[in-house]
Ligand binder design. Sequence first.
Ligand SMILES: Nc1ncnc2c1ncn2[C@@H]1O[C@H](COP(=O)(O)OP(=O)(O)OP(=O)(O)O)[C@@H](O)[C@H]1O
Ligand SMILES: [Mg+2]
Length: 507
Amino acid sequence: MVDETSIFIGASRKPDDSYQRAEALLLRYGNRHGLVTGATGTGKTVSLQILAEGFSNAGVPVFCADIKGDLSGISMMGEAKDFLVKRAGEVKLDPYQFQEFPVIFWDLFGEQGHPIRATISEMGPLLLSRLMNLTEAQEGVMNIAFRIADEEGLLLLDLKDLQALLANIAERADELSARYGNVTKPSVGAIQRTLLVLEQQGAANFFGEPALRVADLMRTTRDGRGAISVLAADKLMMNPRLYATFLLWLMSELFEELPEVGDLDRPKLVFFFDEAHLLFEDAPKVLIDRVEQVVRLIRSKGVGVYFVTQNPLDIPEKVLAQLGNRVQHALRAYTPREQQAVRTAAETFRPNPDFDCATAITQLATGEALVSMLEDKGVPAMVQRTLIRPPSSRLGPITPDERRKIIAESPVAGQYDQAVDRESAFEILRKKTKEAQEAEAQAKQQNSGGSRWTIPGFDDVLGTGNRRSSNRQTVAEAAIKSVVRSVGSSVGRAIVRGILGSLARGR
Ligand SMILES: Nc1ncnc2c1ncn2[C@@H]1O[C@H](COP(=O)(O)OP(=O)(O)OP(=O)(O)O)[C@@H](O)[C@H]1O
Ligand SMILES: [Mg+2]
């Protein structure tokens, strides 16, 4: 049953605990998503590691977050430690071979991997609002800000672009309210303050260019293995909202950029979403709906999404229902909520007459799990008590030196390491303000010197006391128009991207 069309996961056990048979994930159902759950220390990360290894060996690129740094070992050759060799014997993994995997390290903060950046416009108003935890009114203003940027051809790349735009909007609040609806100074001010907090948390590194190219996550090596992109997430986890928003953005980018492919013999990319509960914690319903939608639709793009979390109750039911391949490690059942989680987890499996699912979940050993993968016709297999195979790569973290070496030798070395700051909203608005100020100064000068020489019918040119303000407007307007021209009309419509961004606009 285990061959090049599947990934070996481990061996299921008979009721007397003896070997039953090999358990495997069928690659052709790899895009039907999956779920790895279990309490702390029960083996989730190792399960993720062996799945990532399997996908890579099958030529499937993998993206995963490394919350504790212990997944980084996947980039190094494993070692024949006694307990690993013993486990290999128990699951009849013979020969047990060691391997290092082609890893690309990424880090939103650019410290433990290549920097990952996205532009503000790619992120879109919905995700930004979620990232900044905005109220509904503030989110409305954010939507308007994106519309204005769009209409006035202002590129939103980094945080200073958004800050400059908001400052501009605050100045024009009355005019804009008349055009788009309520744009109050307090709500703009509130967004500006939240932006400052975001900046203090280090998000400034993340917004800007060069933005991540999805193609760089889809690499394969010359010997046909899929690259494993490992996102350093230990520091990122201190800002869970940024973490969740980022991964959501990435998913929507993948969705946006990849073509429809229908059923394939293996996925095009597999995406592991560790600490997945962060995605849904106090998320507004609209966002949960979008996630559900992206997860449902991304399948036909050949992308498999695997959620990793402690408790299956962390995942909304509609999303849970789409996760076909399940690995359930042990759960504790002390509190009523824990007991509820055990029951829910047990009920989602196709029962096995050999054992009681709920009881088994509380008794599983470390590195043991209830496993049910999709089998023929995409139907979930009967649940099996399964010992998970040991990894071929190193168990545990790598050293900083090892990491540096891999980063230096990576196929994207040099591509993302330097930020680029091209002309965008911040620079344009600054220039515009300067031009407006100069024009005003000039008009003042002309006024003071020339008012005595006013020629009837030429008020507009020379300006008078009560004409001056409208004259200034004209100059500012002219500046905006010239900016629109110089940025080019192609930017106009395409400024807001991403399924989450574009759907939000349709609301
Ligand atoms: N399949 C396995 N083969 C061999 N050893 C394993 C296996 N799975 C887990 N272990 C052992 O159990 C330890 C803990 O596993 P792991 O780090 O995967 O737990 P976890 O569920 O990710 O924990 P946490 O929630 O704290 O991140 C591993 O370091 C390893 O020693
Ligand atoms: Mg872990």
